[in-house]
Ligand binder design. Sequence first.
Ligand code: 9G3
Length: 584
Amino acid sequence: MRYSRMLIPTLREDPGEAEIVSHCLMLRSGLIRKLAAGVYNFLPLGWRVMKKIEQIVREEMELAGAQEVFLPVLCPSELWHESARWDAYGKELMRITDRHGRDFCLGPTHEEVITDLVRREVRSYRQLPINLYQIQTKFRDEIRPRFGLMRGREFMMKDGYSFDRHEAGAQRAYSMMYKAYNRIFARCGLDFRAVEADSGPIGGSFSHEFMVLAESGEDSIASCTECDYASNLEKAECVGPRMNELPEGPCMKDMAEVETPGRKSVEDVCEFLGCRPEQLVKTMIFIQEGKPLAVLVRGDHEVNEIKLKNLLGGVSEVILADESTIEYATGGPSGFSGPVGLKGLPILADLSLKGMVNFVVGANEADKHLLNVNLDRDFKVDRYADLRYITDKDKCPRCSGILNFHRGIEVGHVFKLGTKYSKSMKAVFLDEDGREQYMIMGCYGIGIGRTMAAAIEQNHDEDGIIWPLPIAPFQVHILPVNMDNEDVSGAGEEIYQDLQKEGIEVLLDDRDESPGIKFKDADLIGIPLRVTVGIKSLREGMVEMKWRDSKDVVREGLPHIAAKVRNMIEDKKRTADSKLESIL
Ligand code: 9G3
């Protein structure tokens, strides 16, 4: 393509609204333009990248035996009533009413639609297993869309769904998709981790998220340096104290009440009483379905509300109680809550409390705490559970190895769904004995736009994007330095024709712009291989080539350019493929 004919509106300056690098560079390099909050136009360069990523996805889905379908954006509310999700989702679900007054939603995901399709068309075990996927626009009315394509309200997702006769089949489908996702993100040139993830209330569930490591990522992950354990912090397991770590024998002291005027926070109370956070227990009052409950964690830990919600059935919300509820439930103000003397309040405690002796708790009275409080003697824990966030002091829950912590961008998510949707929507098949069985499902999503943005987060420098070759909008960027010199423009044109004949995706910057502008734009839009045609080197019959991710300049005689470029690209692909073989 000729640059002079293309819509590539590059910007010299950082646009104000961009808060992360990828959002800024996507605007500056003319990949996208905002239409409304969380709603974007894809310009030619941006759309070419999306198509490259989709192509990799399609190839790997094909290899994994999945079939592509295309489902409607308009989803009838009836299906969402059957799955009881119409009322479960609030304002995030984009709802519309058609001219006949019928309710629809703009699909945020398509479990209901695909299950309806399959329950109509699949009746026999002989038709299973089946794995159907689509690449379709999704709508989720985010409260605060931000970071460009990272958190949009309208976005492109590959969503796939598998249907199996039995658990073994469902496990096979899951691992097929898990492997396909590893190949997809490796082929896109990303540094990513598959991490165990919280799959929320979905029954029969298990799930992995595919996280691209990047400081701007909204998710936090822990990964073990010694085994392959890796987990989203929402779900990362925390082990309680080992039996041999419990203090030997009781050395309980008498409980005592102490004045702690105005000391509410852990650090203030510890500083005032001269104790460490590990010797204090925080009492948090939550509400679930209108009923208060007390959750105890050690002073140096934080309650993991996802774990708490899943422990309590995972369906209804569990929220922190407000001041008046705390007063009502404990008899005292917030900041001085404690487990001793609570009437009729269930008490849940994190595993780390096991073995604690003589610890500090709030006295359920303003400005008062209790010293030397002990389990069982002074209050009863109804249930111990893993209720806290993992910390950097924790070891791997699998092998006790050292953990590393990263921030990550979720670009993919694979779920085992069990029979959550096949039960609620009666998606059944007749097994070998003619008995009706529920299909066992899995679902698998990839954010196409998010993958593009994550690739930029991981591949850029101060001058712009450095596209990984497999997803670059073009492979080669020809840069004739001054078009008013006929030798230079002629050579540029000749190379352009030769490369196109080789089937190489090439952008010719044929604009009458200054060399400075051309080089800045080339660095900004980040096409992997640049061929520079300059007057000086051309006089020696030479042309310069340089990879965007390298400083080295390669010179080659004009007649051999096309062959040289083809070899450089083939070499780059071979290196990438061998790296792929080694990690997959
Ligand atoms: C909704 C709204 C937002 C949602 C959902 C439903 C997330 C919803 C989870 C999934 C699970 C998988 C298939 C592809 C991979 C992910 N946000 N999820 O179900 F109504 Cl408004 O989408 N679906």
